[in-house]
Design a protein around this ligand. Structure first.
Ligand SMILES: C[S@@+](CC[C@H](N)C(=O)[O-])C[C@H]1O[C@@H](n2cnc3c(N)ncnc32)[C@H](O)[C@@H]1O
Length: 391
């Protein structure tokens, strides 16, 4: 482990995620230095306050839930349920919990870049308090995501419904922050070309992924599944971004961030958890750049005017374009506009006028006839994009 000073300087100098970065646990640090790929050992609020303002791209927080468990819980066979009864999850009152929540969230908001977003996970015990404090602090709620657990713990006493989900609130830093990261098109492409919904069905963290000590006991009582963090990071961060987790625990966020080519900063006050997280992250191999490249979104693709199809010789002036059912025919003019009866204008305007609609995407409406076949002109536009040199 390097000294706090050297590890801080080394990490801040790195421009991209080192392929075999060794995580560092740092207990004392240079104020106002952003130490990337590091676990900061100490209290979240104090550590957040020591980080530079507007310096992180994404925060995932899995804070204490304040579960308020009363006494031991047994299964029907009388075996003891391994419940979360740790000191770090206990608060004297709701007011105490609210104070803590307000303080760490305000500290988190300060270190967020203007377009950064915050994810907070919780259960019915705390998430309503968390959500209302978030709004009071000026965060702008974007979604609440329900993590539906594929293998929830049963309700052993049979007195309530099975508690089978947790809730994540996703918010931008303020109502004014409009340009936050969200990889809508990439997510849709990975979901059978269907919008990804706000209910996610994923199993709890079990099997080989669950960290165990030499006695076979869980290293951390609330280790989150990597698949959950992967969805969060893939949807709302970019490779090279700085992802911060103020309640790092076993380091799930760090492990997933490293694998996905993001930088991480973890804050954890329990040295045993920090050490386990450090070893876990050191064993992670980052994916290569090809696996991490984000598919260009429709909005980010280079703009191609219709005229470029004529200039490229893909459409000749004077030919007719038709809609998919061959109900309308418009002639292509030499300047790249269309004419259909008395209507003349862009491919979009003439498409809209033909149908009597306020708007129309001409690229998907108009087709070129090739013998009996129709080729949608958007395909020709894609051919031009494919022939352009990469940035
Ligand atoms: C719910 S667990 C996070 C588990 C983590 N997401 C994982 O996958 O392992 C919350 C963690 O926050 C830590 N913690 C609680 N209060 C803290 C505080 N004020 N400062 C720093 N860490 C704290 C606890 O020690 C615990 O490890």
């Amino acid at each position: 482990m390097g000294s706090p000073r050297t590890s801080a300087l080394r990490a801040s100098a790195a421009l991209s995620v080192p392929r075999r970065a060794i995580p560092q646990v740092v207990s004392r640090r240079e104020p106002s230095l952003l130490v990337r790929d590091t676990i900061l050992l100490g209290d979240s609020i104090a550590m957040l306050n020591s980080l530079p303002e507007a310096s992180v791209d994404l925060i995932f927080a899995d804070p204490p839930y304040n579960l308020q468990l009363e006494g031991a819980l047994n299964r029907p066979d009388q075996s003891l349920v391994d419940a979360v009864d740790d000191e770090w999850d206990k608060f004297a009152s709701f007011a105490d919990y609210d104070r803590f929540t307000r303080d760490w969230m305000a500290a988190a908001q300060r270190v967020m870049k203007p377009n950064a977003t915050l994810w907070v996970i919780g259960s019915y015990h705390n998430i309503f308090r968390v959500g209302s404090i978030m709004q009071d602090l000026g965060f702008w709620l974007l979604n609440d995501i329900v993590w539906r657990k594929a293998n929830p713990m049963p309700n052993f006493r049979g007195r309530r419904f099975t508690n089978a989900h947790e809730t994540m609130i996703w918010a931008s830093k303020s109502a004014q922050a409009k340009s936050y990261t969200f990889h809508y098109d990439a997510l849709k492409a990975g979901n059978e070309d269907t919008q990804v919904r706000s209910d996610w069905y994923l199993p709890l963290c079990t099997g080989g992924e669950r960290l165990k000590d030499e006695k076979g006991d869980k290293v951390h009582p609330t280790q989150k599944p990597e698949a959950l963090l992967a969805r969060i990071l893939l949807s709302s961060s970019n490779p090279g971004d700085v992802v911060l987790d103020p309640f790092f625990g076993s380091g799930t966020t760090g492990a997933v961030a490293k694998r996905l080519g993001r930088h991480y900063i973890g804050i954890e006050r329990d040295p045993a958890y920090a050490k386990a997280a450090e070893a876990r992250i050191a064993a992670v191999e980052p994916l290569d750049d090809t696996a991490l490249a984000i598919a260009p979104t429709k909005r980010s693709e280079p703009r191609i005017p219709f005229n470029a199809l004529i200039e490229a010789g893909l459409i000749a002036p004077g030919v007719e374009l038709v809609d998919a059912k061959r109900r309308f025919r418009a002639k292509v003019k030499a300047d790249g506009s269309l004419v259909l009866g008395p209507a003349t204008g862009s491919i979009h305007k003439v498409g809209a006028l033909a149908q009597g609609l306020p708007a129309c995407n001409g690229w998907t409406f108009w087709h070129l006839e090739k013998g009996d076949e129709l080729v949608v002109i958007d395909m020709l536009r894609q051919d031009i994009r494919a022939s352009m040199p990469a940035d």
